[in-house]
Design a protein around this ligand. Structure first.
Ligand code: S3P
Length: 425
């Protein structure tokens, strides 16, 4: 292993992206005024703001991280006068489709070239079964989507893939349906939508892996503070975890139990990670996360663990490059259809850096501890989480790792590079 970066410090990360999206999408369905503090002011979440404005909601950015949202009410959204651009945001287009599918008007949603390659059949199929008419490119599987919404009926839907976005789209559509909607998850995924809808007066019940929403007449407004994003904290957790002697606190992070898979895996690899000041923020558990670095050992991540760390696998690959032995991650085929093919992107970048690694159709392996010796620049493939993981690898190794196309970081974490560069021993 090369370099020697012992990290000490105390950082706070921006608001949770998933919760920020939901806060604006769902608050805009309540008739009265909601307040959202700790909102992630980033390219992705602003796409959801723009979508709800296009549907007639008033969304005022009081401060960059504080919104005042006033919706027209559950049944009074307006037909958008133009195409809605979801940019790079899968959450905006997929969860938003659940709302649009229930509206008695036409909406067209597109996105950037990366989003236009991502599968939408997973939301189109069940929403069509409920009664919406949705067209998309490539046989109704890719954006742009053309949605003619209308009266929906309830369904019981067994999701073929574990996806919080699909589940959330169906639960939101269910608010408008004529009978309850039940979604059955193959593996449990983040439950931010369920928590938020319950806090706004919707009737949500859960039985094992099945969650049901009852049709609703109205939603109450919310006043919430979004906790810090554990998916953003992950980069700093890994940075501190991989070097014995490092010690870092990330303050005020959301620790929803369906998001903390990386914490569990890093602990298993030998990192000392503790929570302090546990509290609730915006109906979600939150804590300060204290990380002490240790010599890490490789581990195996099984399919059942993947949904709890779906966005953290690139960061885990960085930890794996510093751990002794071969880390293997399986059951992660969903990573191939994220903002990039994250399996291919990480294997390609790690190979450029001299790290022994390889891919499976459903995952990858990484051998450590590696000697980082870059043979050229690495490509983020326009994916924010790949870009941030590689910058962390550079910082942790002390080697100069060049990453192409890091502007994509602004989709989820403006200011990341400066925060990373500001950390030292
Ligand atoms: C998200 C769910 C996950 C995750 C994405 C955000 C959400 O996607 O990867 O970054 O906010 O619900 P899937 O639902 O496709 O797994």
């Amino acid at each position: 292993m090369s370099g020697k970066a012992v990290i000490r410090g105390d950082v706070s990360v921006p608001g949770d992206k998933s919760i920020s999206h939901r806060a604006v999408l769902i608050a805009a369905l309540a008739a009265r005024t909601s307040r959202v503090r700790g909102f992630l002011h980033a390219e992705d979440t602003l796409r959801s703001v723009a979508m709800m404005r296009a549907l007639g909601a008033r969304v005022e950015v009081v401060h960059p991280d504080e919104l005042r949202v006033e919706g027209p009410g559950l049944r009074d959204l307006a037909e958008p006068s133009d195409v809605i651009d979801a940019g790079n945001s899968g959450t905006t287009i997929r969860i938003g489709s659940g709302i649009l599918a229930a509206q008695p008007f036409l909406s067209v949603v597109t996105g950037d070239p990366y989003l236009r390659r991502r599968p939408m059949g997973r939301v189109i199929r069940p929403l069509t079964q409920m009664g919406a008419t949705i067209w998309g490119r490539a046989g109704d599987t890719l954006p742009p989507l053309c949605i003619r919404g209308g009266s929906l009926s309830g369904i019981r839907y067994e999701m073929p893939v574990a996806s919080a976005q699909v589940k959330s789209a169906l639960l939101l559509a269910g608010l408008f349906a004529s009978s309850p909607v039940t979604v059955v998850e193959p593996l449990r995924t983040r439950d931010h939508t369920e928590r938020m809808l319950s806090s706004m007066g919707a009737k949500i019940t859960r039985e094992g892996n099945a969650v049901t929403v009852e049709p609703a007449d109205r939603l109450d407004p919310v006043d919430l503070t979004v906790p810090g994003d554990i998916s953003s904290a992950a980069f700093f957790m890994v940075l501190a975890a991989v070097r014995r002697g490092s010690s870092l606190t990330v303050r005020g992070v959301g620790v929803n139990p369906f998001r903390t898979g990386l914490v569990e895996v890093l602990r298993r690899m030998g990192a000392d990670i503790r929570y302090a000041g546990e509290r609730f923020s915006g109906g979600e558990p939150a804590a300060d996360i204290l990380v002490r670095g240790e010599e890490l050992t490789a581990t195996r991540v099984d399919p059942g663990e993947v949904p709890g760390m779906i966005d953290e696998v690139p960061a885990l690959c960085v930890a794996a490059a510093f751990a002794s032995g071969r880390t293997e991650i399986r059951g992660a085929e969903e990573l191939r259809v994220k903002e990039s093919d994250r399996i291919g992107a990480m294997v390609s970048a790690l190979s450029t850096l001299g790290v022994a690694c390889g891919e499976y159709p459903d995952g990858l392996w990484v051998e450590g501890p590696a000697r980082i010796h870059p043979t050229g620049p690495c490509d983020s493939q326009g994916d924010h989480r790949i870009a941030m993981s590689l910058l962390v690898l550079g910082k942790a190794s002390g080697e100069s790792v060049e990453v192409n196309d890091i502007a994509c970081i602004n989709t989820s974490f403006p200011g990341f590079k400066e925060m990373l560069e500001g950390l030292s021993d």
